[in-house]
Ligand binder design. Structure first.
Ligand SMILES: [Zn+2]
Length: 370
């Protein structure tokens, strides 16, 4: 089944369900914020949900979610007569978990023509849906006074983005002490399932390094001499296989880099180097102007520099609140970035880990054939 074949969910602009759904037996795909949000709405409207399905079902083995059971995707074949409603930031990959003969709905938005300018490709081929910031951000980022926002979706480059672009000051409140103790405490008030260690602990970090290396090694078959991880926190995401490279991290947070990695805190200094590889991983989904970062990276590239870009693959849908990822990308966006910024796409595709996509680029050399 393809995304385009998934039926839209029968809600109107106010989120009222088409009552037909309640003649069906329903399972929600996805727990957490959006799963709970959808579950609450269905309950309120008098419907009944049998179970949740989630790729991380084992986390809910004992507790369930919202008081009901959570099953892993492979168990879906015991639920052939049920309808599945996909609740969340839509990872296009999950559709592969659902058998072709099952009825699938997505908690899609009630898209309206938008005409807003796309933040990435600049075209006006956009549609939008009303949204809002999650309660955690309402408190931490906006001090209880959050602005209204929509999800805007570009039909050209497939980027999704929050129409409200947070200010420097608002980002400052969100990211100062990011993932620290106070951050975790505040977030758990609204999202009790939030687990810093699971997402960013040593095991998760090691998995990210392995996935990045697995994606890169057929194109980057040598050990790069000088590597820059642009926005790479403490440099901990550079694959271990490149431990003997000169490793640098460009980071404005001021976090001390790990052993063996040197920090560069301004672009001018980064220009002085001849980079073999520039990495940019899981940054663009957080920033107000992703195009500016790509331009900056491009300005640091020579003809031989490779640029490894890694992002979550997300298709932001309606009835889904805006969280820290104010931008969502698909594989098509990776290709469009090449076109827009004059980069050759040497490789692009899915990473092994759930939800991630990546690409390797090189500066386009005016059509010269090697
Ligand atoms: Zn676009």
């Amino acid at each position: 089944m393809k995304i385009t074949e998934v039926e839209h969910l029968y809600t109107d602009r106010n989120g009222t369900f088409n009552p037909d759904i309640f003649d069906e037996k329903v399972i929600i795909y996805g727990c957490k914020n959006s799963g709970k949000h959808l579950y609450d709405r269905i309950q309120k409207a008098g419907g009944q949900v049998e179970a949740f399905v989630d790729r991380r079902a084992e986390e809910y083995e004992k507790t369930g979610f919202c008081g009901i059971k959570v099953i892993p995707p492979f168990k879906l074949n015991s639920y052939k007569t049920y309808s599945v409603i996909i609740s969340f930031v839509f990872w296009p990959q999950i559709i592969e978990d659902i058998a072709d003969d099952m009825k699938v709905y997505a908690d899609y938005p009630f898209w309206e023509k938008s005409g807003s300018r796309c933040i990435l490709c600049g075209c006006n081929e956009t549609v939008s849906v009303r949204s809002g910031f999650v309660p955690f951000l309402q408190e931490r980022m906006f001090l209880g006074n959050a602005p209204e926002t929509d999800w805007v979706h570009c039909r050209n480059c497939e980027v999704s983005f929050s129409s409200y672009r947070p200010t420097e000051e608002e980002f400052g409140r969100l990211y100062s002490g990011y993932r620290g103790e106070e951050y975790s405490k505040q977030r758990k008030i609204y999202e009790p399932w939030y687990d810093n260690e699971l997402l960013f602990g040593e095991e998760a970090t090691e998995k990210r390094r392995r996935d990045a290396f697995a994606f890169c090694h057929d194109i980057i078959d040598h050990v790069p001499k000088a590597i820059l991880d642009y926005g790479g926190d403490r440099g901990q995401y550079i694959p271990k296989e490149w431990d003997h490279s000169e490793r640098y991290v460009y980071e404005v947070s001021g976090n001390a880099p790990i052993d063996g990695v040197k920090a560069i805190d301004n672009l001018e200094n980064a220009m002085q180097f001849d980079w073999d590889l520039i990495m940019n991983c899981h940054v663009l989904e957080h920033v107000s102007d992703p195009g500016e970062i790509i331009c900056n990276i491009r300005s640091l590239m020579n003809d031989h520099t490779l640029f490894y870009l890694e992002l979550p693959c997300e298709f932001a849908t309606g009835n889904m609140s805006v969280h820290e990822h104010i931008n969502g990308f698909t594989k098509r966006t990776l290709q469009m970035i090449g076109e827009k910024y004059d980069l050759d796409v040497l490789k692009f595709g899915n990473l092994d880990c759930g939800g991630g996509i990546a690409a390797i680029y090189r500066r386009r050399t005016c059509g010269l054939i090697e």
